[in-house]
Design a protein around this ligand. Structure first.
Ligand SMILES: [Zn+2]
Length: 80
């Protein structure tokens, strides 16, 4: 689990998360709810970016890999 993209996306999400929490909990929120809403959208976007990447990530794929795509070549027919 040493993917630089994962780390970058995780850092982006975490920083946006804390920015959103800051914006929504401080007096700033009272000044502009639109800014807080925008931060929320940014945070959600970062989260979905991360989740989308995890679907195709090589490091993450190692955990739940599927078997080799073998076709049913071994066709034993019990013919009469
Ligand atoms: Zn990755």
């Amino acid at each position: 689990m040493d993917c630089p993209i994962c780390k970058r996306l995780e850092r982006t999400f975490e920083s946006r998360c804390s920015t959103y929490i800051e914006a929504s909990s401080s007096a700033y929120y009272r000044v502009s709810t639109r800014v807080a809403a925008y931060k929320n959208v940014e945070m959600e976007r970062a989260k979905s970016d991360l989740q989308e990447h995890l679907l195709v990530c090589v490091s993450a794929a190692k955990v739940g890999h599927s078997g080799p795509g073998r076709h049913g070549a071994n066709n034993k027919t019990a013919g009469q």
